[in-house]
Write a protein that binds this ligand. Structure first.
Ligand SMILES: [Zn+2]
Ligand SMILES: [Zn+2]
Length: 293
């Protein structure tokens, strides 16, 4: 079956991606379950469950390459969030990896596909799944979780080189507490998602793929789990509670530009993420329309 390049996946329609996922999973021998906003590939021997979302913020990007980075030249967000995660899952499926795969739509709208899954897919198919791994985190080698997770899970993820960070929402915020399976979200190499300055670091995306392959070879044994409280939901709703005026103000302060593949602060000239002059980090996340990481 045809191999898709990340450049192709970045410009595809979300419906087409859900359909490609169906065809690919079927071709490589997975049992397929589908709804209007999700596609699931299932295998009896699956212990890890990977999750990525096919939807993106904004329209079709004009994808350009600069060294190891991809970016968008037409003002539409690149969509490495979360097409990088989709690309990694396609690669794992092509290798007939013994894992489960969930593609959702509408993650950027509060998790439409994930909500459809909990309303239609029985607990039964998750009975042997020890960990859900969403591939939808910015940056490199970080993991976040949205409900407290057992020590064993942290130890397991950290043994593959990932470091704990803080995140606000993704599909697993809905799936993990419902099915009572611990879940983490891993970095896939994009930065400044939801904004025209978004870029994707290709080696980081490929590195996450190779770490996922190692995890599949050495899956986490099943642990007893009761999810803790989901504090992050409140934070998520707070940010979306900003008025139009407040959002416009943040947008005006969005003082970064594109230079050599890295956004930088035009006030102090430092990289946007480590800028010391005025909290550029927050401006980007909020002014770029989103806070999900
Ligand atoms: Zn997003
Ligand atoms: Zn995302």
């Amino acid at each position: 079956m045809v191999k898709f390049k990340i450049e192709e996946i970045l410009v595809m329609d979300e419906r087409r991606l859900l359909n490609i996922a169906i065809g690919m999973l079927d071709y490589y021998g997975y049992e397929v379950m589908m709804g209007s906003d999700f596609t699931i590939g299932y295998r009896e021997d699956a212990q890890l469950c990977f999750v990525a979302h096919v939807d993106k913020v904004g329209g079709i990007p004009q994808v350009k390459k600069s060294g190891i980075f991809l970016y968008s030249a037409n003002g539409e967000p690149l969509g490495g969030d979360d097409r990088a995660g989709v690309w990694i899952m396609f690669e794992l499926i092509r290798k007939k990896s013994p894992a489960m795969f969930i593609f959702t739509n509408g993650e950027e709208c509060g998790g439409i596909g994930a909500k459809e899954i909990i309303n239609t897919i029985p607990q039964e198919i998750f009975k042997d799944i020890s960990l859900m791994i969403e591939l939808d985190r910015q940056g490199s080698l970080e993991y976040v979780y949205y409900h407290s997770i057992p020590k064993e899970v942290k130890k397991y993820i950290e043994s593959f080189g990932f470091k704990e960070d803080f995140g606000t929402f993704s599909d697993i915020s809905i799936l993990s507490p419902y099915y009572k399976i611990p879940a983490v979200n891993l970095s896939v190499g994009y930065s400044h998602q939801h904004s025209r300055y978004e870029y994707l670091n290709i080696p980081v995306m490929k590195d996450t793929l190779s770490r996922c392959k190692k995890m599949i070879k050495k899956p986490l044994p099943k642990v007893e789990y009761t999810p803790g409280e989901d504090y992050e939901w409140e934070y998520y709703e707070d940010i979306y509670g900003l008025s139009d005026d407040e959002l416009a103000l943040l947008e005006n302060k969005n003082a970064i530009a594109w230079l050599y593949g890295e956004p930088y602060c035009i006030e102090c000239g430092e990289p946007a993420f480590s800028c010391s002059c005025g909290n550029i980090d927050n401006i980007l996340e909020e002014g770029g329309y989103g806070i999900h990481t």
